[in-house]
Design a protein around this ligand. Sequence first.
Ligand code: HSE
Length: 430
Amino acid sequence: MKDLINIGLIGLGTVGSGVYKILATHREDFKRKVGADLVVKAIAEKSSEKADAVGANREIITDAKTIIEDPDIDIVVEVIGGIEPAKSFILEAIKKGKHVVTANKELLASHGEEILKMADKNKVDVFFEASVGGGIPIIHLLKECLASNKILKVMGIVNGTTNYILTMMSEEGCSFEKALKEAQQKGYAERDPSADIEGRDAAAKIAILASIAFNSRVKFSDVSVEGISKITAKDILHAKEMNYVVKLLAVAKEVDEELEVRVHPAMIPVKHPLASVNGVYNAIFVEGDSVGEVMFFGQGAGSLPAASAVVGDIIEVARNIQYGSSGKIGCTCFRNLNLRPIDEINSKYYLLMNAADKPGVLAKIAKVFGDNNVSLASVIQKGSQGSTADLILVTHLLKEKNFRMALNQIRKLSEVNEICNVIRVEESNE
Ligand code: HSE
C-alpha cells in the first residue's frame, strides 16, 4: 500500500479549481478513505492568478509535458476540455502507465474507443464521470450498480443552459431570444451559446451514455441532433394547453437490436418525472429490465458539482492503486449494434401551421395525412386571424419518414401559408 498518491492537474479553470479546492478541503478525510495522502504535486496552468485564487503554491505550477514525464505522478487529471491537445496529453499519460481522470465529453464522445483501448492495453484506469451530468453520478451507476440490467432506454435533460431557457420561456411566456439573453446575463449561457442551444453538448453526452448503457460504441457524429432555437412562446403555450412541457431531450433506446440515439426538443407529459426538472438542473431517466424506471437528478454543471465527480473518480483510481485492481472496468462496448436512421424512428408529432380559414381546408390537409398513412390524434383550430387561422395537429405514433412525406405535400397546398413548427411528442412508455 502507498502512503502517498501524486496527482498532476492539467487545467485550473472552472472544474480544475473546484478539484483543487475539494482535495485541499477534505485531504485528511481522504487519507482515511484511501489509506494514502492524495497530493496535487503539479498543476499545468498558464495563469498564475488562477493558482493564487485557489491558494496553490506557485512552485508547483508547470506545463502538461512535465506532468506526463514525471515518474512520481500516479494520476493525471485532464480538465482543459476540447479534442487537442487534451487527446495527446491523455494518450501519452496512459502510455507512461498513469491513470487518467477527465471531464472531457467532446473527447470521449469522439475518440472514446481509442482512449479506452489504450487504457485496457496499459492496464490503467481512465474515468470520466464528470463528462455527463456534471455532479450527477451516472457513468459508474450504469457500469456497476445497474450492470445486472439490460438497459432498455436512457432519456435525459443533460444540458442546463437550454433547460434554463425553456423553463424561463414556460414560466414567463417570453421569447427564446429574451430567455437566451437572460441566461447569458446570469452566466448560464456562454457568449457563443451555439454548442448548447444547437444540441451539440447534449449530443456528446448521450453518445457517451448510449455507448455505456447498450455496450455498443456510439460516437458524437452518430447522434441525430436538433436544438431549441426554433421553439417559440406559442409552442410552449400550446404544449401547456395540452398538458405537456417542452424539454430538450437526449434519448437513446434499443429497438429490435438497433439503437436510436437522438437529441431534440420534445413535448413530454406534465406528469413525466423529467417534466418537473427545471432551471439549470439536469436529470437522467433510465429504464432497465430488472430495476424498472430510475431517475438521477442534480446539478449538471458548475465548479464544485463537476469537481465532485472528478474527485470521486480520483478516489476510486487511488483505491484501485491501493488494492492492485486498476483497469478492472475498462471499455464495456462488446456489442456492435446498428444505428437506426432518424427516418425510421417512430414518434408522435405536434405540428403548428397557419392556413386559410375557409371551408374544405381541414379536409384537404387530413386527406394528405391519410394518404401517407398518418393517423391524427387531435386537431385544434386557434382563433381566426381574419382570413387565416393557426392549426395545431398532433399525430398518433408513426414512422418519421411517413410524417415528413406528408409534411412536404402539405407545404405545397395553396391554402397552407406556413408550417410554423414541428416538435416530437415523447410519451414515457414508447
Ligand atoms: N454547457 C453545459 C450545460 C455544461 O449548459 O449544461 C457543461 O457540460
